[in-house]
Design a protein around this ligand. Structure first.
Ligand code: HEC
Ligand code: HEC
Ligand code: HEC
Ligand code: HEC
Ligand code: HEC
Length: 257
């Protein structure tokens, strides 16, 4: 009787939940491949990336059937990056990433980079999302390494706006500076609120600072430095105002509950 139940349960499990029982076959098989093979190396690059942590598995970008256990069936529809019909072809990458990163995708499509990427005509093709972020071990650039990424195409030899790396570094530095100022001002507004002071004006300025900062971050992918810096500056000024107003409450009324 017991044996019967066990056998029945196993059969039930595998017929009703075949995919769940097997897990994601892309991960299962690729994790066992030698790292010297492209397929094994890709797995180790993807492992522990932001996408691994967020559950974005191989099939989400490459297609294929993650419920099939044999490569022939699992790889159905998985095309090489060089194939213009592939989701991971350079010019199709923005659309692929844009499925989940819509705000960045939208701004990017307004940029001269996107035009240079899809027109093919230029001597230097425009960058696509993975040119700056990598494909498997996805990373965000910081002020420290952004210039290097831009310099691959924008340099004195290419004569393609060679001042861009320096401008990009300075702009991203200011973005980070504004971000910290907004965060810091927010802490003062919270402190004043916790002490029971009226923080209506300070909170309004803080909200404006946060909104302008979000817009600046979104604008980044249009690579329009002039517009980005304008928003960063507005955000920074509003954050400073919020801190000034919160400070005033905290210093003028010491000891108030
Ligand atoms: C049973 C093993 C197995 C399964 C399951 C499997 N793969 Fe593979 N895959 C391989 C092997 C082996 C290669 C060849 C690796 C190499 O040459 O370095 C490969 C190659 C690839 C490549 C490179 C293809 C190319 O031609 O450039 C991609 C992309 C890929 N797999 C994605 C996937 C995805 C997505 C899934 C799940 C839907 C999947 N694989 C499931 C074993 C597997
Ligand atoms: C966020 C999207 C994304 C995820 C997730 C992802 N890949 Fe990729 N993968 C790409 C892109 C885009 C390329 C093309 C890279 C290039 O041309 O440099 C690529 C390239 C590859 C290649 C090289 C193919 C070749 O022929 O050069 C292999 C192999 C591969 N991926 C396997 C995998 C495996 C296995 C996983 C899961 C462990 C995975 N990828 C997860 C986007 C992704
Ligand atoms: C199936 C949905 C999906 C696809 C497709 C996808 N991503 Fe993501 N991505 C996510 C999720 C979920 C996260 C983690 C949450 C977050 O930070 O947005 C993430 C995180 C990121 C981050 C870090 C963001 C941060 O603020 O820390 C970058 C950069 C990124 N992805 C770039 C890409 C690129 C480039 C591609 C295309 C090659 C891509 N993504 C394709 C879902 C996706
Ligand atoms: C020319 C280089 C470059 C290209 C091309 C590029 N990015 Fe970015 N991306 C960056 C830099 C630099 C940052 C960091 C900006 C910041 O911290 O504000 C960033 C930040 C991000 C983030 C983190 C959240 C945010 O907005 O700050 C995501 C997600 C992202 N990019 C996705 C994409 C996607 C999707 C594409 C293609 C449609 C793309 N990126 C194209 C350089 C690039
Ligand atoms: C793969 C090559 C490549 C990389 C990498 C690259 N760019 Fe570009 N960029 C181009 C091309 C090509 C154009 C020219 C488009 C045109 O002619 O309209 C361009 C144009 C621009 C422009 C408009 C310049 C102007 O004078 O009109 C800006 C701004 C820009 N890039 C910023 C950046 C930043 C910032 C980075 C690094 C985060 C970067 N680019 C990385 C290829 C690249």
């Amino acid at each position: 009787m017991d044996v019967f139940i066990v056998i029945f349960s196993i059969l039930f499990f595998f017929t009703v939940f075949p995919a769940a029982a097997m897990g994601n076959s892309c991960i299962g098989c690729h994790s066992k491949l030698d790292q010297k093979m492209a397929g094994g190396k890709a797995f180790y690059n993807w492992k522990d990336s932001v996408h691994d942590k967020a559950g974005v598995t191989c099939d989400r970008c490459h297609g294929g059937n993650p419920a099939a256990g044999v490569p022939g069936k699992a790889h159905a529809g998985v095309l090489k990056p060089a194939d213009p019909g592939s989701k991971v072809h350079m010019s199709n990458v923005p659309t692929l990433c844009g499925e989940c990163h819509q705000t960045q995708w939208k701004e990017f499509t307004f940029s001269s980079h996107y035009k240079a990427l899809i027109s093919y005509g230029g001597k230097i093709p425009g960058p696509t999302c993975i040119t700056c972020h990598g494909s498997m071990h996805t990373a965000i650039l910081s002020p420290d390494n952004v210039a290097e990424a831009c310099r691959r195409c924008h340099n004195p030899e290419s004569r393609l706006s060679p001042n861009i790396p320096v401008e990009a570094h300075a702009t991203l530095d200011l973005i980070f500076y504004a971000k910290n100022t907004v965060k810091w001002s927010g802490e003062f507004v919270t402190l004043a609120r916790e002490k029971g002071y009226p923080v209506t004006d300070a909170a309004a300025a803080l909200k404006q600072a946060e909104e302008k900062f979000r817009l600046a971050e979104i604008k980044w992918h249009s690579f329009d430095f002039h517009e980005i810096l304008k928003l960063v500056d507005e955000s920074y000024e509003a954050a400073k105002k919020a801190k000034r107003l919160a400070d005033l409450e905290l210093s003028e009324k010491p000891g108030k509950p």
